[in-house]
Design a protein. Structure first.
Length: 652
């Protein structure tokens, strides 16, 4: 959340959250953030996020501003502009080394220029050269991000806090996250499905319903700090149908189309009534300082709520892994008391040997019992085995219900994604701003209910290719899954979704049409491209591609679809400068198409992209938030302790 100075009453700076970076030994005065404006448009399956900031240079000479911003998972940074006086500069994506070279040349010559680079999975860095003395410069950037629904709840996160864990960088840079004058947020929600409620925890925003499924949210403050995440939730009405939605984009008859498919299963998943096994694997490395006490309290609360026929194990890890429970124990009063006493002695120290913790948690799994494996960590492995392919080899033969919870914006989500996809599991990011109750109720039925296994999607009748994936492993209660792809020509497509529930094969089918032309959502191309890049990077992590192959593939996709990646950057120049360097204006053309389509959509009613209305793929309604029979189980405690620990960190 973003708090005004008066609301928060104090400010805690977390290195490499959002803010201006200045070398720690610099004698210059800080570049000031005069204003910060966040404008979000949520339209069905994805969101457009535009951030506009004004910087002021109080120094007697020109200065460079370096702004750091944590990267939201799946975000595709697509635009950057700089306005100084009556001059506007715009951005084009080029090879990373080329962008850096041009920027340094223009900066050294005293010219206006900007640059955006991606620093791994952790953060974007925006450079603005030669801000004049006592002058105001405005910088804006735009990114797109997919938005999934879970048990009828949409969650939007604008990350500001804790964007990195690079200790060397933290010792070099000083960060200023103070907004001097105006801090504002505007969110427009356009949903094809009726919305029951909208919530922004932690801020007193003005929420207005403009029509069915459409809301506008505004927040304004006289100054504040960019040191806490902003979260927004909205809840769809209950008893909406299980459904298939397809958002296409095809510019013309002779061009390839792109699509995003969102599947919200309406499948009857029964509660698990037999005794379950629960494995808690908890990060107790130095990065968890300040959280361990509440982690321990939460685990204790969890096991106290288990049934007597449930069993549990508790493993902690830092430089090495330790099993507190010494094997499986039944949830009897005696075992619970012993575990409570042992867990209460946990201390957070040393490095993060994630592999050792994960490996120890897999010992002695009983194939005859349902096993829920709960991992709590930031996943920043820095000791022992760190290669993702070794994690994959370790996990691929185990039949477990994997639930991973990532703490903080600097968490290593690419590695957690490998763990999750290898096991067919589920993972979620946890922010300071998350609602405790919301986290509990969204997740509880994933543990207590059956899951869909060996889920696969097949499309016939129309040639589709470059699919993000067609096999999804396990899909848990309330989960929506997303498929990106390309198609060559229009026509009727036959969709077949297969899965197993408790070993019994199930099949769900429908038909729909891919359009010859549909220009409403050109952003789908960038979202497809970003998803493709993440897939390539994951395969590289697992040793499936050489470094040179990945470099060229990501560079080509980044330039063709104008995305800032690990191999590309966005150089921001004037029209004359672009002509001077012979840089083609691909992003200018692409952005123009997107802006035109967005203007048209703003003036129209929200479109419903459900394609299986006439021939429903599912016979049941989509799962509701908090639906199913309530059974307090261990995961509730996990959500509780994560959320409480983050709140305590804010207070301390």
């Amino acid at each position: 959340m973003i708090y005004s100075a008066g609301m928060l009453g104090m400010s805690i700076i977390h290195s490499f959250g959002a803010g201006i970076l200045t070398p720690s030994d610099s004698s210059a005065q800080d570049i000031k953030i005069e204003s910060h404006d966040l404008h979000v448009t949520i339209n069905n399956g994805f969101s457009k996020v535009k951030v506009t900031q004004t910087f002021f240079n109080p120094n007697p000479n020109t200065q460079e501003a370096i702004y750091s911003f944590p990267i939201p998972e799946g975000a595709s940074l697509s635009e950057m502009t700089i306005t100084s006086g009556d001059k506007m500069l715009t951005g084009e994506v080029v090879r990373k080394e080329k962008g850096r070279k041009i920027y340094e040349e223009e900066k050294s010559q005293g010219n206006d220029a900007g640059l955006s680079e991606k620093n791994g999975y952790q953060r974007y860095e925006f450079y603005v050269a030669n801000i004049a003395s006592n002058a105001i410069t405005t910088c804006s950037f735009t990114y797109y991000q997919s938005l999934k629904i879970d048990t009828g709840i949409a969650r939007f996160l604008y990350p500001l806090e804790e964007g990195g864990t690079d200790e060397a960088a933290q010792s070099f840079w000083y960060q200023n996250d103070v907004v001097e004058k105006n801090l504002s947020i505007t969110v427009e929600i356009k949903s094809a499905w009726p919305i029951e409620n909208v919530r922004t925890p932690g801020i007193n925003s003005d929420i207005q319903k403009t029509s069915e499924g459409n809301y506008t949210l505004t927040f304004n403050s006289n100054g504040g700090s960019l040191n806490n995440d902003f979260l927004l939730y909205y809840k769809l009405q209950d008893n909406l149908p299980g459904r298939v939605e397809v958002i296409p984009y095809k510019e013309s008859v002779d061009k390839t189309g792109s699509f995003m498919m969102l599947v919200t299963p309406g499948v009857d998943l029964k509660p698990i009534t037999n005794g379950q096994d629960y494995i808690f694997v908890v990060d107790v490395s130095g990065s968890m300082v300040g959280k361990i006490k509440t982690v321990a309290e939460g685990i204790n609360r969890s096991i106290e709520k288990m049934n007597s026929n449930d069993r549990f194990r508790v493993i902690t890890f830092n430089n090495k892994a330790t099993e507190i429970t010494k094997g499986w124990v039944n949830a009897t009063p005696e075992n619970i008391q012993y575990a409570n006493e042992a867990i209460s002695l946990i201390q957070a120290v040393n490095g993060t040997n994630l592999f050792a913790g994960v490996e120890k948690g897999l010992k002695s799994i009983d194939s005859d019992r349902t096993t829920s494996y709960i991992l709590i960590t930031d996943a920043v492995a820095n000791t022992g085995v760190v290669s993702p392919k070794h994690f994959q080899r370790l996990l691929e033969d185990y039949d477990i219900r994997f639930f991973g919870f990532l703490v903080g914006n600097g968490s290593n989500w690419p590695l957690m994604k490998v763990l999750s996809e290898t096991t067919g599991g589920f993972y979620a990011n946890v922010s300071n701003g998350d609602d405790i109750i919301g986290q509990i109720l969204t997740a509880k039925n994933k543990v207590t209910h059956q899951a869909m296994h060996d889920v696969s999607v097949k499309i016939n009748g129309v040639r589709t290719f470059d699919l993000s994936q067609s096999n999804f492993g396990q899909i848990f209660y309330g989960e929506q899954f997303v498929l990106y792809g390309k198609y060559s020509k229009a026509g009727e497509a036959n969709l077949k979704i297969k899965m197993k529930i408790s070993g019994v094969e199930q099949e769900y089918t429908t038909t729909f049409n891919f359009p010859e032309v549909d220009t409403d959502n050109p952003e789908i191309e960038r979202l497809w491209a970003m998803n493709k890049i993440e897939s390539i990077q994951k395969d590289q992590m697992l040793g499936k591609h050489s470094e040179s192959e990945v470099t060229e593939a990501i560079t080509d996709i980044g330039i063709n679809y104008q995305l800032v990646t690990d191999e590309t950057s966005m150089i921001v120049l004037s029209d004359e400068q672009f002509n001077q360097y012979g840089i083609e204006r691909k992003n200018k053309k692409r952005s123009k198409k997107e802006h035109k389509a967005q203007a048209i959509k703003r003036s129209q009613a929200t479109q419903n992209y459900r394609v299986d209305k006439l021939k429903p793929a599912f016979n049941h309604s989509a799962p509701n938030f908090g639906g199913g029979s309530f059974n307090p189980i261990s995961l509730i405690g996990i959500f509780f302790i994560i959320a409480i620990s983050r709140i305590n960190k804010r207070k301390n």
